[in-house]
Ligand binder design. Structure first.
Ligand code: NI
Length: 204
């Protein structure tokens, strides 16, 4: 009898311990399940476009966005990346283009003011939106997209390069990550990917 009671006590203690322990674990599992399929890339932002107007992700709601981070002084990577992105955009039908906005977000707002962004984006495409802001605002946007960027050492204060990652991100109409394209992607490949995503309802 004493042995049976002892065993029962151990079982009860075990169940209580297990149940108490499972609480936080179960909510962690729920949190993981909730994030599944939603890559943690991108997020809300508040920036200024090349006309000087403040914009947030809400201004693009219902349209997909194609997002590229870089800077206007970039000697080669950004011009190539943006040229590819806009060449892909140009291969879309007018109906597809109406569902997607190409965005260029600077990681160098100290030099890329509204004026610099306006003349730079005009070189690529009339539909390209250039976004800048305070250092904090563009840093926040870059952090949300997990974009690496770092000023390289330079001889003068104004003549510096910025190392940065160079992916092109496709976000859906709710500013959620859909996919990304690497730097070597051709315009044809990107256009194909964009058409497929838009046909699949990416603009929402
Ligand atoms: Ni660049």
């Amino acid at each position: 009898m004493a042995l049976k009671l002892g065993l029962a006590a151990i079982v009860v203690a075990g169940v209580v311990t297990y149940t108490l322990g499972l609480g936080p674990f179960a909510s962690r599992l729920e949190a993981v399940a909730e994030n599944q399929g939603k890559a943690l890339i991108g997020g809300p932002f508040s920036l200024v476009d090349q006309t000087g107007k403040r914009v947030t992700e809400a201004d693009f709601a219902g349209r997909a966005t194609l997002v590229y981070f870089g800077y206007t002084f970039c000697p080669d990577v950004c011009p190539t990346g943006l040229a590819t992105m806009l060449a892909a955009y140009d291969q879309l039908t007018p109906e597809e283009q109406a569902k997607i906005v190409p965005l260029f977000i600077t990681v160098d707002p100290e030099r890329d003011d509204v004026r610099a962004m306006a003349s730079y984006v005009a070189l690529f495409h009339p539909d390209l939106v250039g976004l800048t802001g305070t250092v904090e605002e563009t840093d926040d946007a870059a952090a949300a997209w997990r974009v690496y960027h770092r000023k390289a050492e330079s001889e003068t204060a104004s003549d510096y390069l910025v190392d940065h990652s160079s992916f092109t991100y496709l976000m859906n109409g709710e500013n959620e990550y859909v996919t990304h394209f690497g730097h070597g992607t051709t315009p044809e490949e990107m256009a194909k990917g964009l058409s497929a995503a838009l046909a699949g309802g990416a603009a929402g």
